[in-house]
Structure formats: structure tokens, C-alpha cells
Write a protein that binds this ligand. Structure first.
Ligand SMILES: [Zn+2]
Length: 532
């Protein structure tokens, strides 16, 4: 018996989660996520899968976030005919999130094609459209938490609450004759793991005693101070009061599900208590509005004592469904709050609000979630002086702030504790779903103290391991890689390039006169010529 594992995504990157397991009898995919961030990664979304979709027997989905589910419509369109197993919460969220993702891709490609035709370039087709997403939904099959499920011949699985998002799961998988004598090969895929205490979620749960564990590492290098509901609200109150003092809009790019609902609960409560000034809060995201409805339907699974229905009736909260309503907010001046997706500012309505406000000193942008490298949100966190949105250069004069308390991810110590609680881990721990610093941070935190260093692996995109051997064996796949390992690990040159151009523009503008500008140009020219 052989069991191979191909890391089709989230390997030295934080997006595109996707893992392919192959035995002689069956092929199983866990997650089928969209790549986000650097252009080189995003281009993978348009290319072929590193397997034939029609050969797959089934998909197990950990949760609804697009970096885990976003390529499912493409998988189905390209011939996958099996079932996609997911919890009911995940299915309900996907039924809004996938068509929304299809819609975003249609409209982005439309805008790109307008620019392309103006420049005489060929037009491109979206990865998939809304209709593909709706079609993919019929392949979903609900599963219950903590109940064994026969997935494919010789493979069974069990879902455990990962405490990250409504419906989110860590998935326990057994390959019935892949292990040592008379024992199945046991494996756990973490999915995304939530922090220990969170407003709307239970703490993560999972069993122990595995041959292999695949663990996410998003915040592996972060050690967050302990968060209480009170300290989180205090921190938010300070940011809101500062934004109010500046007198412009407070833009909060937020993931449409869960973070948004938590934020709104806190904002309304702070207003009610008089701790922040009363002002309209625009929830400018049809998806977030629908996701809020899903949360209401799943109220009994949601931890805590939150009156979502009551909160939704607050006169301060305004829902903007249509594009016209959304555009109408742009005319507002003075302090108001806009919550819009996406959380990393790489898509969605937040982008036109940023275009409208980023240049304005009175505005504040408050980033509340993880910002992957190469996304607009990450550029803002890194303090760039100008950004490009829809082909236009926009200066960044707004105050850029960030708070981590609304994160849906465990931090380094919480991840380490989660890993420790899964022991014994007999053969190997694969650290996935993290950027370099996060992987290194988590690896250092756990090596020797929790697991011997030799048992910790940091796979690269498209690595394939044989798992049925006593220790995992890396197979030679050099001819089947989509990107060179160096390209995966190093930051995208497109990003470096746009940063460089922005810095040059900035230097030119700040130069005293045309003479000084001439000097800068001559020096740059010389640097280029030195290369030859
Ligand atoms: Zn997630």
C-alpha cells in the first residue's frame, strides 16, 4: 500500500489551501482554495490543476473561506463528478460566498478587459462565473461533527470543530491499510484553527495519536497578549475615537463572515454605552448581510449570549445592498464608519471606498485581519506612500491602523498548544498555510520542546511525499512543478517592481527642483548600466 500526499497549495504560502492524497484505490482532495496575493500565485488560479479533476473521488472541505474553497467551482466545471463533504455551516456560507466570488471575478475581468482593449491587449476569461459557482453547490454533501464518514474505498474521515469560523473543521482521516501492521494510517488536517477565546466561536477540538498532522501556521510567529472581550472593545474604542477626531471616514476592510459580525456587535455596544460617538455604520457588503442571516440561522451553534436579531435592528446600522446605495455613501463627508469586504482589500467594494478616501488626511483605515503578502492591505500595513487601485495611482495620506484582536486565527503559543495536544505524532508534522517568517517562528517554538526537529517538515508548493513509509519520503517531482521552489519562497518581483516605481515617483516629487530631478535620473541610469 502506498499513500502519497501532494501539497497543491498553502505550502510556503498562506493561500490556495489544497492537499491531494492518492492510494492505489482512490484519489482524495482536502480543500480547493483560491490563491491570493502576489501575481505569480494568482496566475495559478488560471492554469490547470496539478491533477485531472475527473480522476478525483471526493473532496473534503475544512471551511468556507475562499482561500480554502474558492477553486471548487472550477474543479466541478473541469470534470470533477464526486461529492464535496462539508459541515452544514460551511455549506450555508459557501452557498453565498462561492457565487459572490464568481461575481467578483466576472466584474474584475470585465474591468481588466476594458483596460486591456484600450491598450490593444487580448481579453481574458474569468476563472469561473457565478453560474459555475451555483452549479458546484449541487455537489455538496453535509457531514456532522465527530461522526465517522466513509469517504472512498479504504478511506474514512471525521470532522472536528476548529473554532475558526462557523462550520470550520479540522479533519481526521484514516487510510485503512496504509499504516504499520494491522493499523490504519492516521492523519489530521488542521484547517484554520481559531484562537482559544472568541466572541462567536467555541475553542478548537480534535483527538490525538496520529502518524501525521498538517498544521496551519498563519500567525505562527505572533505572540498576542491575552484577549478579553473588554480589552478588545477598549482597543477598538480608542481607534474609533481617534478616527472621529480626524473628522473623516473610518474604513474597516473586513472579511464578510464572522469578523464583520463581531465588529458590528462591538461597535454598536460601544455606541450604546456612550464610549464612542454615535454615527452611522454602513455594512456595505451584500455578502456580509447574507452571512449575518446565516449566523442567525445557526444561532444555537454559536457560543456566547449574542442577540444578533436585536443588533440587526439598531438604527445606527445601515445595510447597503445595491451598487447605487454603495455609491451614494461616497458623497458623505465627516465621520462615519464603512465596513466592507474584502478583508485584505484585494477585491470587493472596499476598493472603491479606498480610492475615495486614501488620499485624504482626515480618513482612517483600520485593518482587522491577516494581510497576506502581495495584497493591497499588506502594502498599507507596510506603510507604502501610494498604491494602485484599478489602474489608478492613489496617494496614501489616510491614517493606517491595525488591530489583531478580531483575528480568527490562533497565535504561535496557541498553535503550539494545539500541536502538543495532538501527540503522539509518530511520523511527521507538516507546517503549512504560512509565510516564511510564520513558518520559522512556529517551527522554532515547537522544535525539540514539543516534537523532535527531524519530524517537522515545511513543504514547498507541489512537493509530493510518500506517507506509508516509516518516515515521510520526499519524491522527485521536479518535472511536475508549476513554479520553481525559489519562486514560491521569494517575494513576487511584480510587487518589488511596483514598490520601486512608487518610490522613484516619490523621490522625484520631493526633489527641490528640476536640476535635482535630473541628478536622480542620471544616477538611476548609471545603476542600470552598471549591470552590463
Ligand atoms: Zn480561514
Amino acid at each position: 500500500m502506498t499513500v502519497t500526499l501532494r501539497f497543491c497549495g498553502a505550502a510556503r504560502t498562506v493561500t490556495g489551501s489544497s492537499f491531494l492524497f492518492e492510494t492505489q484505490q482512490a484519489r482524495l482532495l482536502v480543500d480547493c482554495g483560491l490563491f491570493q496575493g502576489p501575481k505569480t500565485l494568482k496566475e495559478l488560479n488560471y492554469g490547470p490543476f496539478p491533477f485531472r479533476p475527473a480522476d478525483l473521488g471526493a473532496v473534503l472541505l475544512t471551511h468556507a473561506h475562499i482561500d480554502h474553497s474558492g477553486l471548487l467551482p472550477k474543479l466541478v466545471r473541469e470534470g470533477f463528478e464526486g461529492r464535496i463533504f462539508a459541515t452544514r455551516g460551511t455549506i450555508d456560507l459557501c452557498s453565498y460566498m462561492l457565487p459572490d466570488a464568481g461575481g467578483i471575478q466576472e466584474s474584475e475581468v470585465e474591468a481588466l478587459n476594458r483596460r486591456n482593449s484600450a491598450r490593444g491587449r487580448a481579453s481574458v476569461a474569468p476563472i469561473y462565473d457565478k453560474a459555475d459557482a451555483v452549479a458546484a453547490l449541487t455537489s455538496f454533501q453535509p457531514v456532522e461533527y465527530e461522526q465517522w464518514l466513509d469517504v472512498l474505498p479504504g478511506i474514512r474521515a471525521r470532522y472536528w470543530n476548529a473554532g475558526h469560523l462557523l462550520g470550520s473543521a479540522s479533519i481526521e482521516i484514516e487510510f485503512l491499510d496504509g499504516g504499520a501492521a494491522d493499523r490504519p494510517l492516521r492523519l489530521l488536517v488542521s484547517g484554520d484553527i481559531g484562537p482559544d477565546s472568541k466572541l462567536l466561536e467555541n475553542s478548537p477540538a480534535a483527538p490525538m495519536n496520529f502518524d501525521y498532522v498538517l498544521c496551519e501556521s498563519t500567525y505562527g510567529d505572533l505572540d498576542r497578549p491575552a484577549i478579553s472581550a473588554q480589552s478588545r472593545r477598549q482597543h477598538l474604542a480608542i481607534e474609533v475615537r481617534d478616527a472621529y477626531a480626524l473628522g473623516g471616514a473610518l474604513l474597516i476592510p473586513a472579511f464578510a463572515v464572522e469578523r464583520t459580525q463581531e465588529l458590528i456587535v462591538d461597535l454598536l455596544e460601544l455606541m450604546q454605552r456612550g464610549e464612542i460617538p454615535t454615527a452611522p455604520i454602513f455594512l456595505d457588503s451584500p455578502l456580509a448581510i447574507r452571512a449575518t442571516e446565516v449566523f442567525r440561522q445557526h444561532a444555537e451553534e454559536i457560543a456566547g449570549d449574542i442577540d444578533l436579531a436585536g443588533i440587526l435592528r439598531s438604527p445606527h446600522l445601515r445595510f447597503t445592498e445595491t451598487v447605487n446605495e454603495s455609491k451614494a455613501i461616497e458623497k458623505l463627508t465627516g465621520f462615519h464608519i464603512i465596513v466592507a469586504a474584502s478583508g485584505m482589500c484585494d477585491a470587493g467594494r472596499i476598493r472603491h471606498h479606498l480610492k475615495n478616501w486614501l488620499w485624504n488626511r482626515k480618513a482612517t483605515v483600520l485593518l482587522v485581519g491577516f494581510q497576506a503578502r502581495g495584497t493591497l492591505g499588506r502594502f498599507l500595513v507596510d506603510g507604502v506612500k501610494a498604491v494602485r487601485i484599478q489602474g489608478e495611482e492613489i496617494k496614501v495620506a489616510a491614517r493606517i491602523r491595525r488591530i489583531d484582536e478580531y483575528s480568527g486565527h490562533a497565535d504561535g503559543p496557541e498553535l503550539a498548544r494545539w500541536i502538543a495536544a495532538r501527540r503522539p505524532i509518530h511520523r511527521g508534522l507538516f507546517l503549512v498555510h504560512g509565510e516564511e517568517d510564520a513558518l520559522t517562528g512556529l517551527s522554532e517554538r515547537i522544535s525539540e520542546r514539543i516534537l523532535p526537529e527531524a519530524q517537522i517538515f515545511r513543504p514547498i508548493l507541489d512537493d509530493v511525499y510518500e506517507l506509508a513509509t516509516p518516515t515521510p519520503t520526499l519524491l522527485d517531482v521536479s518535472r511536475r512543478r508549476r513554479l520553481s521552489p525559489e519562486a514560491v519562497v521569494s517575494l513576487d518581483w511584480h510587487n518589488d517592481m511596483s514598490k520601486l516605481i512608487l518610490d522613484i515617483n516619490d523621490e522625484m516629487e520631493q526633489a527641490a527642483d528640476d536640476r535635482a530631478r535630473g541628478v536622480i535620473i542620471r544616477r538611476l541610469r548609471r545603476a542600470l548600466e552598471d549591470r552590463h
